[in-house]
Design a protein around this ligand. Structure first.
Ligand code: 5GP
Ligand code: MG
Length: 495
């Protein structure tokens, strides 16, 4: 979710929340949902460390607990015990520099004439401001400036005179932008994915119920089986008794807009997206990187942890072509340093990289080195690490990146910094190489990304690497027909 609107960069300030979150929904036959939701949130902690929350329903009333901070700190035994009921949803919210506002924490809950609603949102709407004005004119009072509340009020309004799936459909017709939602309507849980499927959402089966979650790793920790990804434009309503679910495919557009960066960086490597293990997708990207810009050096080393799978695929592809490369860890990570990326000043971010990563001298000294990472955003990490490796005695340092250059901001949930901060926004690769101080630098091509993910470019959101977005963001270019309404005709219900 996002506070304010995303109408163009001009309205975007650095301390405005730009979030990439994790959502969960659980329905069980005969035990409380709070603890499974809590464990699922633990599994999704990488998707948000700012706040954590759970809403449950015990058949009579809704219970909620939302706290700032990490999942492990946000709930104690007493909190979990008070979250009664066998259905529940949860949320973890992405960190942003400076924002510690509880009004933006989720799930968002609201009671209205015909029931109670809880809502967890991952993504960003592009038309929240307009919808908010419209609903405010109809008498809806807003308590936060987030777009999640706009979805909640819109849904509550439609539920006054429609059944659940019609109300969801009417709401989806009005929403533009990216959203994966888990929703509680009284004691029922549902999952909804936007018609272009920008953010991930999966369905899993447990021994005694069903779970919806941003990533399959959350299904794994509950000892469940991944059923499948929720389809773009689909709503899945879990039975309140945990015995089954109903799927309604409300929209079926010709193209999707899956965020490629989920595969590259955001999702856990042990999650499965669209049938492919993220770890394997990253290794495939690493292989493609070798094919496109492999360079023979003594050693190939990852930037831990995000570069690891890429480096392993890259090194594999290298040795298959007969290159005599060693794959080794050349940097050790201090696991107690977190969140360097979102530190507010450049000085602190640089200090934090140094605190976080320390070279292993024997891997590096007197040798030619290829350093592999998933992405370059501001360039802080690569610049610091190239210098560090040279200080540790590297003869030369070549940098290979498993994604294309990030040239434009993300409006749909990933904190990509502002355009001014992006090192690649107005520099050529050669200029970036010089700034970073590497002997050579190569990114992976956009086509190689689509290839490795087994998608066409038309089915991916590549906004941050092409500057063309699959949704109509004011002031930005688009790479497809997004004339509103962006939704097509409702599809037939399919099971
Ligand atoms: P840079 O140091 O160039 O600003 O950022 C690149 C590093 O940050 C890479 O190691 C990458 O794994 C990581 N990174 C990329 N995107 C994100 C993000 O959205 N959030 C966080 N926390 N790290 C990111
Ligand atoms: Mg990293």
């Amino acid at each position: 979710m996002q506070a304010g609107n995303v109408d163009g960069e001009a309205t975007r300030s650095d301390d405005e929340p730009r979030e990439k979150c994790g959502v969960v929904g659980v329905s069980l036959s005969d035990r409380d949902a709070a603890r499974p939701v809590y464990y699922a949130l633990y599994a999704l902690q990488h998707r948000g460390q700012d706040s954590a929350g759970i809403v449950t329903h015990d058949g009579f009333q809704q219970h909620d607990h939302v706290e700032m901070g990490l999942v492990g700190d946000a709930f104690d035994e007493g909190d979990l015990a008070e979250l009664a009921g066998s259905t529940g949803i949860g949320h973890v919210r992405y960190p942003t520099a400076g924002s510690v506002d509880k009004s933006c924490a989720q799930p968002f809950s609201v009671s209205f004439n015909s029931g109670s609603l809880g809502l967890s949102h991952n993504g960003n709407l592009v038309n929240a401001a307009g919808l908010r004005d419209e609903l405010a004119r109809l008498g809806h009072a807003f308590t936060s400036d987030g777009d999640t509340e706009v979805i909640a009020h819109s849904l509550a309004r439609n539920l006054l005179d429609a059944d659940l799936s019609s109300a969801v459909e009417q709401t989806m017709r009005r929403l533009h932008g990216s959203y994966s939602l888990t929703v509680m309507y009284d004691d029922r849980v549902l999952g909804v994915r936007d018609p272009r499927g920008n953010r991930p959402l999966v369905l899993g089966e447990l021994d005694d119920g069903y779970v919806l979650a941003s990533e399959s790793a959350a299904v794994d920790v509950l000892d469940g089986e991944l059923v499948r990804d929720v389809r773009p434009g689909e709503a899945i309503v879990l039975d309140a008794d945990g015995q089954g679910y109903e799927s309604v495919r409300l929209f079926d557009l010709e193209t999707t807009a899956h965020c490629f960066f989920e595969h590259v960086y955001f999702a856990r490597p042990d999650s499965v997206i669209d049938g492919t293990l993220v770890y394997e997708a990253r290794r495939e990207l690493g292989r493609a990187l070798w094919r496109e810009s492999g360079i023979d050096t003594d050693v190939v080393m990852p930037v831990p942890d995000s570069g690891r799978a890429f480096a392993s695929g890259y090194a594999d592809a290298a040795s298959e072509t007969g290159a005599d490369v060693e794959f080794a860890e050349g940097l050790m990570k201090n696991r107690y340093v977190g969140r360097t990326f979102i530190m507010p000043t450049q000085d602190e971010r640089e200090r934090a990289v140094r605190l976080k990563l320390n070279p292993i001298r024997s891997t590096v000294e007197g040798r030619t080195v290829t350093l592999i990472d998933d992405s370059i955003v501001r360039g802080t990490t690569s610049t610091q690490l190239v210098e560090l490796l040279r200080d540790a005695g590297a003869e030369s340092v070549h940098v290979r990146i498993g994604a294309p250059a990030i040239v434009a901001p993300c409006y749909f949930g990933i904190d990509m910094a502002t355009r001014e901060e992006l090192i690649a926004a107005d520099r050529t690769t050669e200029e970036i190489r010089e700034t970073v101080g590497a002997d050579s630098l190569s990114y992976l091509s956009v086509d190689a990304v689509a290839d490795a993910l087994d998608e066409t470019r038309d089915d991916l959101c590549l906004g941050c690497v092409t500057g063309e977005y699959p949704y109509d963001v004011d002031g930005e270019a688009t790479d497809r027909d997004v004339s509103r309404p962006t939704v097509g005709e409702p599809a037939e219900a399919d099971d």
